[in-house]
Design a protein around this ligand. Structure first.
Ligand SMILES: Nc1nc2c(ncn2[C@@H]2O[C@H](COP(=O)(O)OP(=O)(O)O)[C@@H](O)[C@H]2O)c(=O)[nH]1
Ligand SMILES: Nc1ncnc2c1ncn2[C@@H]1O[C@H](COP(=O)(O)OP(=O)(O)O)[C@@H](O)[C@H]1O
Length: 204
């Protein structure tokens, strides 16, 4: 029987660079993870495409998905719902493929309860002032939203102790390299002793 894939969860405070790091990982041709596209009630930003960046839903549609138990996890973040489609994740893991989630910390906590064997990676900024700098320079938020995200960030950073690995996002390329190395190492650590390795010993 085929081994199940690994569920990789990348989380961290808003503005740390989760989206940037995730996009960089998925732009690399040798990346073998499957990205789980989230559902959200947030309005699309300029250039965002439905079904690529997110599945954009109305609040009513999202609440129906919650009632029908179609979400592995969901959270309300700065006034909008975000959630992970459960069928896609389970099916893809069953096909033996690694699934990559990029989600905020409340959702990651729910995933940990349902998938304790997942690989949980927390992205940290080099400093709080650099975090603020990133949120401000991204230019997508109002002043209210920036302040809200920053006060949430301190509580979010507290949660890093619940994770398997903490990765600093000083530079995007460094963070991606660290994440890729962690996944490779975890695969080696988790691989059961396969019969073909034991056969190799018998033959010697
Ligand atoms: N819980 C949860 N969080 C999500 C999901 N998809 C995205 N997020 C998180 O929601 C937060 C807000 O996302 P977004 O509005 O795209 O803004 P940005 O990531 O801060 O640029 C980020 O922390 C995302 O990682 C999801 O399916 N579930
Ligand atoms: N390593 C980094 N160094 C400098 N700026 C970064 C880095 N990673 C991300 N950024 C910038 O920080 C801002 C927030 O990144 P984003 O990926 O939207 O964060 P998140 O998804 O965690 O909210 C963006 O303007 C992005 O270009």
């Amino acid at each position: 029987m085929k081994e199940k894939g690994l569920l990789i969860v990348l989380s961290g405070p808003s503005g740390v660079g989760k989206g940037t790091v995730r996009k960089e990982i998925f732009s690399q041709p040798d990346t073998a993870f499957e990205y789980s596209i989230s559902m959200t009630t947030r309005k699309p930003r300029q250039g965002e495409v439905d079904g690529v960046d997110y599945f954009f839903k109305s609040r009513e549609e999202f609440e129906t998905l919650i009632e029908q138990d179609k979400l592995l996890e969901y959270a309300e973040f700065v006034g909008n719902y975000y959630g992970t489609p459960v069928d896609y994740v389970k099916q893809t893991l069953n096909e033996g493929k690694d699934v990559f989630l990029e989600i905020e910390v409340q959702g990651a906590k729910q995933v940990r309860e349902k998938f304790p064997d997942g690989l949980f990676i927390f992205l940290v900024p080099p400093s709080l002032s650099e975090l603020k700098n990133r949120i401000v320079t991204r230019g997508t938020e109002t002043e209210d939203s920036i302040n809200h995200r920053l006060s949430a960030a301190k509580e979010e950073i507290e949660m890093m102790k619940l994770y398997d690995y903490v990765v600093e996002n000083d530079q995007v390329e460094n963070a991606c390299e660290r994440i890729n190395s962690i996944v490779v190492a975890e695969h080696c650590r988790r691989t059961r002793v396969e019969p073909r390795y034991l056969k190799m010993l018998e033959a010697e």
